[in-house]
Design a protein around this ligand. Structure first.
Ligand code: FES
Length: 134
C-alpha cells in the first residue's frame, strides 16, 4: 500500500513536471492561442437616405428630420441580427427585445440598448464604422 502511494506520488510529480515543460515549450514556440480582435469595417451610405428606420446588413440607420444615428444590428441579448421594425420600434426577431429609434432599450430580455456606431461624412456619403463593437 505504501509502495502504491509512493508510486502515485512520483507519477503525479513526473506528470506535472512534463505538463509544465510542455506548456513552457508551447509558449516559447508561440503556440498559445491568439485572440484576434474583431475586424473593424465600414459601410458607405448615401446621404439621401429616407427618414425612418432602415436596415442594412449589420447596421441600422435611424434618420429623423434633424438627426441621423447608426446602430449595430447585433442584438445585445444573444446577438441575433435585428431586421424588423414595428410601429416605429426596432424589434429583435429572436426573443422580442424592443428598442426605440434612438437605440434605447424599451423591453427585454435584452438588458442594454443598441450599440451606437461612429460615422463620418465624406463625398455625400455617411461612412459608418462597424464590426468592432461588443
Ligand atoms: S437575441 Fe435579441 S432578444 Fe434575444
Amino acid at each position: 500500500m505504501e509502495f502504491n502511494g509512493r508510486r502515485f506520488f512520483l507519477s503525479t510529480l513526473i506528470g506535472s513536471a512534463f505538463a509544465g515543460f510542455a506548456y513552457i515549450t508551447a509558449r516559447m514556440l508561440g503556440l498559445q492561442k491568439v485572440i484576434q480582435p474583431a475586424s473593424a469595417r465600414t459601410l458607405e451610405i448615401e446621404t439621401d437616405l429616407i427618414s425612418g428606420i432602415t436596415f442594412f446588413d449589420e447596421v441600422i440607420a435611424c434618420k429623423s428630420s434633424d438627426r441621423i444615428r447608426f446602430f449595430s444590428s447585433k442584438c445585445p441579448h444573444l446577438g441575433c441580427k435585428i431586421t424588423k421594425e414595428q410601429n416605429g420600434e426596432i424589434v429583435c426577431p429572436c426573443h422580442g427585445s424592443r428598442f426605440s429609434a434612438e437605440g434605447r432599450l424599451l423591453s427585454g430580455p435584452a438588458k442594454s440598448s443598441l450599440s451606437e456606431l461612429q460615422f463620418s461624412f465624406q463625398n455625400n456619403r455617411y461612412i459608418v464604422n462597424y464590426g468592432s463593437e461588443n
